[in-house]
Write a protein that binds this ligand. Structure first.
Ligand code: PMP
Length: 422
């Protein structure tokens, strides 16, 4: 099922395949690594384009990076609020590392809990307006931790087709039954709910903002369907927390509705650090704490990161102008791209794809933006559908409207030259 672009197949990597397949027949476990190379998406791409997918950064500031000696406008970071290099977070981290050292050296349930962890969780629960929040070491671990603890083999996870991989991994770890519905298709969701029936325990799981398309989950409709069919709802608000809604609380805040039954998120995007969290009622969170292997059998977040995160929550609450600017840039760039004739899919958030018809054109556009000192990400299958490769742009609160104009100027020139737009 390898999609080979007629103009651009890299022959050389496939020559070794016959002996490798022999080795596989002989039971060599490692042979699969070599065979995988043949099927890798990266084989389809010219080496000079491949270099664009793995640019090694030399230095970062809020909205720029230094790469290969050039200052580049950063359009590829999850640093939505610019907090990743905020000196106030660094200062809090430095103070904590001086007092607590480098590691908690233990699981939360043994010796790995201190005041900082409890304060972070308290602050996050106020911020998210849920009864109890538990911090995890990453957003990936949060999803894995809650789903593997809560679901078991007779329970049904009903997931949007495009949910994050960590959600599917959590369901797999739980041995839960997984049913999917078409992306954002409420009729499809209702068909699955009907089909599963009222007897089984049901958890609908969606992303708040989808990471490759930049659309919001249709949360009010999903919650109404869930109520009608007696299902619980979990939202992975990784891309929306700190970003969406008048208070920055996330997807529910954006729609002006109550939080769903379970929310998860990351502390590595808007919060500018690393970590994740799960929020629900105290009863449910107590259950998860004492049953989640990801929580119990893994070392807790380091003290310095926890202290930086506490500072981040306060900044996110106190400085709404960061969000206001992020959304002003978002609307400016989205409407500019659309009026130039680019396909931005269903994006309505700071995640903005420029969807293209083929990979060569997409890589060529990324390369030309790179030459204009603009750093955007090339995305191909399997991260998106085969026929919809895209230049993925994500914005930061530190960007300015004139940064957006610079992007529009670059892509309009190259877009015309490459025949993408008129
Ligand atoms: N959920 C979604 C929707 C994500 O996009 C990501 C990160 N790309 C995660 C979860 C995982 O978060 P983390 O990077 O903190 O593990």
């Amino acid at each position: 099922h390898v999609h080979e672009h007629p103009k651009d197949v890299q022959e050389t990597t496939m020559n070794d395949l016959a002996p490798v397949e022999d080795a596989m027949l002989n039971g060599d476990l490692f042979a699969k690594a070599f065979v995988a190379r043949k099927h890798s998406a990266l084989n389809r791409v010219k080496p000079e384009y491949l270099a664009l997918a793995m640019r090694k950064i030399d230095a970062v500031s809020e909205r720029e990076v230094v790469f290969a000696g050039r200052r580049m406008l950063m359009l590829s970071s999850n640093n939505y609020l610019g907090l990743a290099s905020d000196p106030r977070l660094s200062q809090a981290g430095v103070e904590a590392i001086r007092y607590w050292g480098n590691s908690t050296s233990g699981s939360r349930l043994l010796n790995g809990t201190n005041d900082l962890h409890e304060e972070l969780e308290r602050k996050l629960s106020w911020f998210k307006q849920v009864e109890t929040v538990v911090a995890f070491q990453s957003g990936y671990m949060a999803n894995l931790g809650v789903l593997s603890a809560l679901l078991s083999k007779d329970d049904v996870a009903i997931v949007d087709k495009l949910v994050h991989a960590s959600i599917l991994d959590g369901c797999a770890l739980a041995h839960a039954q997984v049913r999917s519905f078409r992306h954002q298709d409420m009729a499809s969701l209702e068909r699955v709910l009907n089909d599963v029936g009222h007897k089984a325990n049901k958890l609908i799981v969606v992303d708040g903002i989808y990471s490759m398309d930049g659309d919001f989950a249709r949360l009010p409709e999903i919650m109404a369907l869930a109520r009608r069919y007696g299902a619980r709802v979990m939202v992975d608000d990784a891309h929306a927390t700190g970003v969406a809604g008048p208070h920055g609380r996330g997807t529910a805040d954006h729609f002006g509705i109550d939080e769903p039954d379970i929310i998860t998120g990351t502390l590595s995007k808007a919060f500018g650090c690393i970590g994740g969290f799960v929020g629900a009622t105290k009863e449910v969170m107590d259950f998860i704490k004492y049953n989640s292997h990801a929580f119990i059998y893994s070392t807790s977040i380091s003290p310095s990161v926890t202290a930086s995160l506490i500072r981040a929550v306060r900044i996110i609450e106190d400085e709404p102008q960061k969000r206001v600017n992020l959304w002003a840039c978002t609307h400016h760039l989205l409407s500019g791209l659309k009026s130039l004739g680019f396909d931005t899919g269903v994006s309505e958030t700071p995640i903005i794809p420029i969807v293209l018809g083929d990979e060569i054109t997409m890589f060529e556009l990324v390369a030309r933006m790179d030459a204009d000192d603009i750093f955007a990400s090339p995305v191909i299958y399997p991260a998106c559908p085969r026929n919809k490769p895209r230049v993925r742009i994500s914005l930061c609160a530190e960007h300015t409207l004139s940064d957006m104009d610079r992007v529009l100027d670059s892509v309009s020139r190259h877009g015309r030259d490459l025949g993408i737009i008129q």
